[in-house]
Each structure stands twice: as structure tokens, then as C-alpha cells.
Design a protein around this ligand. Structure first.
Ligand SMILES: Nc1ncnc2c1ncn2[C@@H]1O[C@H](COP(=O)(O)OP(=O)(O)OP(=O)(O)O)[C@@H](O)[C@H]1O
Ligand SMILES: [Mg+2]
Length: 258
């Protein structure tokens, strides 16, 4: 294993029409880190995750994963690299016409790495990992609760055993108990599989419980990148508002206790 960062963004700028969302943004994420990306609504967090996984090309700058430019190499090399990371989208984004089973099997079938027999075992394994029961496999996405959708989306993202996992608001819309359970699940997976995780969250309980470092996206770049304790000492208005309200202080207290 090289010591290259798992994610490395350099001079990244993003323009939609006349709207510059990012300008000269840099970010490195080391192996095994859990980095929380925070920023106001519309600051470009989802856009940044989409760029990290190659769904969107930055206007300027570079994205490197595992020490190589995202689009380096021929198609086979890119396909291999593609299997090393996975993203869970903000809305879950399951295929609504496919069962839970077929949703989780989808990346396995698409990448042709496993036979149908192996896929059956792998789907059962991933369902267990996200604490769903075998009988849930036959359900359609419309029959699932919000928390179950998030877990199925996570199981699907884990199907190809990625080294890097990108999560967009994984606990948004969950009640506190479900949200805490999801946090524990990601923590366990991170410990067991040594995953590197980049997650976007507005939820301070999640942030405090999971992050090794926090990256603050403001003024079109990563304005601060440090441990939660160090970030909270900064005087930037966004940071003050985000972390230092009374509500936030309570959530952070709870997160530390967890
Ligand atoms: N495909 C697109 N075309 C045009 N503008 C876009 C596109 N995608 C995003 N934007 C714009 O880029 C900005 C950042 O959007 P993005 O979804 O990344 O924000 P966000 O930080 O994830 O916000 P939220 O916290 O609300 O999810 C917004 O102004 C949005 O309107
Ligand atoms: Mg978003």
C-alpha cells in the first residue's frame, strides 16, 4: 500500500452557467479517515461528492483517488478503480422497480464479478451487515421505511467491498434512535473493513460520533480542515453558527458521550 491520500482534490473549481460553486478547492483524505464535510445549503457538498466519484467533471482542477487521477488508464483500469469506491446518494436512490435483493445484486451483476449463486450469498451477507432480515430481500423500495431505504442503499454501496465510501446526508430524516443506529453501523463497518469515509451531514450527533476530521466548505473552498475540537475554536461566522449554538453544544456533548 502506498501512503498516497485516498482522495486528493487540487485547485478544483466548478461553474454552473455564471455561478461558481467551488473556486480553487483543495482536500486530501487519508486512508482510514472518516471526514465530515459541512457547509451551508447550496455550498456545493453534493456536487463535490459527485466529482469525487466521477459523475461530474470539475470545470478546473484535478481529482485523484488512491494516488491516481480519476480518469487515468484505459477502460479496464478505470473499471477496476471504479470498484474501489461507492456512493450513497442524498435520497437513497434505489431502483424503484427492483426488489431489495435486486437492488443490492445490481452492482455485482453489472461488474460480472460473481455468479448468481455467489450473488445470493453476498446479498445475504450485506443484508446482515446492515441489520436487515433475509425476508426483507423480497420487498420493493416503496414498502420500506426511510431508515430501511438508507440501510439498503448502504448494503448496495458495500456490495463490491469498496475501500472508499461517500455518504450524502446518511441520517437526514431519520428519528434520533434510527440515526444513532445508523451511526453505530457505519462505525462498525469502518472498524471491520478499514473503510475510508467522506460524509456530508447537517446532523451534529452524527458528526460528533463519526468524524476523525471535519472539512468546512465555505466561500467556495475548504475553509478549515481539522479535528472537531479545533474547528470549533475558529471564529468564522459559518462555524460559529453551525457549531456553537446551544442546540449544537448539547448534540456535541451527546456525541462525545456515545
Ligand atoms: N447540474 C447542475 N446544474 C446547475 N446548477 C447546479 C447543478 N448541480 C448543482 N447546482 C448548483 O450548485 C450549487 C451547489 O449544489 P449542491 O447540491 O452541491 O449543494 P449542497 O451543498 O449539497 O446543498 P444541500 O445541503 O442543500 O444538499 C447550488 O447552487 C445548485 O443550484
Ligand atoms: Mg446536497
Amino acid at each position: 500500500m502506498s501512503a498516497a491520500p485516498v482522495v486528493s482534490l487540487r485547485g478544483l473549481s466548478t461553474r454552473f452557467g455564471t455561478n461558481w460553486v467551488h473556486k480553487g478547492l483543495d482536500l486530501d483524505v487519508a486512508a482510514g479517515e472518516v471526514v465530515s464535510l459541512v457547509g451551508g445549503s447550496g455550498s456545493g457538498k453534493t456536487t463535490l461528492l459527485r466529482q469525487i466519484v466521477g459523475l461530474l467533471q470539475p470545470t478546473e482542477g484535478t481529482v485523484a483517488l488512491f494516488g491516481e487521477p480519476l480518469f487515468a488508464g484505459n477502460r479496464a483500469a478505470q473499471k477496476l478503480r471504479r470498484r474501489r469506491f461507492a456512493m450513497c446518494f442524498q435520497q437513497g436512490a434505489l431502483f424503484s422497480a427492483l426488489t431489495v435483493y435486486d437492488n443490492i445484486a445490481f452492482p455485482l451483476r453489472e461488474s460480472r464479478v460473481a455468479s448468481e449463486d455467489e450473488i445470493r450469498d453476498l446479498v445475504a451477507l450485506k443484508l446482515g451487515m446492515v441489520e436487515l432480515q433475509p425476508e426483507h430481500a423480497a420487498l420493493m423500495p416503496a414498502e420500506l421505511s426511510g431508515g430501511m431505504i438508507k440501510r439498503v442503499a448502504l448494503a448496495r454501496a458495500l456490495a463490491l467491498e469498496p475501500e472508499l465510501l461517500l455518504l450524502d446526508e446518511p441520517t437526514a430524516g431519520l428519528d434520533p434512535t434510527r440515526s444513532a443506529a445508523f451511526v453505530e453501523l457505519v462505525k462498525d463497518l469502518q472498524r471491520q473493513l478499514g473503510l475510508t469515509v467522506v460524509l456530508v451531514t447537517h446532523d451534529l450527533d452524527t458528526l460528533a460520533a463519526l468524524s476523525s476530521r471535519v472539512a468546512v466548505l465555505a466561500e467556495k473552498k475548504i475553509l478549515a480542515y481539522d479535528t472537531l475540537d479545533a474547528i470549533m475554536k475558529l471564529e468564522h461566522p459559518f462555524i460559529q453558527e453551525f457549531f456553537l449554538s446551544e442546540r449544537s453544544a448539547r448534540a456535541l456533548e451527546r456525541g462525545r458521550g456515545a
